[in-house]
Design a protein around this ligand. Structure first.
Ligand code: FES
Length: 128
């Protein structure tokens, strides 16, 4: 389901100034896979590993390529370009060449649906 776009109309208030946005259903995200979604202009990588869904900025902190094109296994996502592995829970790389963490976003599962809390100020801005 690469390239899906979530409707801002699906948003509701979430903690910390973020808004919950519905991004799809669990049926469309197999275990050990990742997909790209755009949430209010923010590129997000949705990844599922060991049955748990994670959301992180879909941009490697090293080379700014899409992490959703990488490999998912054991709670980690490996960047396809240079091989840094990121902890899906924290966004922290486990080794070089990436040294900076990737932002992660809260996820909640509701009756088979997946919601992601995106920063209220996302609007296409990511991180610096
Ligand atoms: S671009 Fe991801 S590790 Fe280099």
């Amino acid at each position: 389901m690469s390239g899906e776009t979530a409707s801002p109309g699906a948003a509701s208030d979430a903690a910390g100034g973020s808004s919950w946005v519905a991004v799809g259903t669990l049926d469309h995200l197999a275990d050990d896979t990742a997909v790209h979604v755009e949430l209010d202009g923010l590129p997000v990588c949705l990844a599922r590993s060991d049955g748990v869904v994670h959301a992180l900025l879909d941009e490697c902190s090293h080379g700014r390529v899409a992490l959703s094109d990488g490999d998912v296994a054991g709670g980690y996502l490996e960047c396809w370009l240079h091989g840094s592995r990121f902890d899906l829970r924290s966004g922290v790389p486990t080794g070089p060449p990436a040294t900076r963490p990737v932002p992660v976003y809260p996820v909640r599962i509701t009756a088979g649906g997946i919601d992601v809390a995106v920063p209220a100020t996302s609007g296409g801005a990511a991180h610096g």
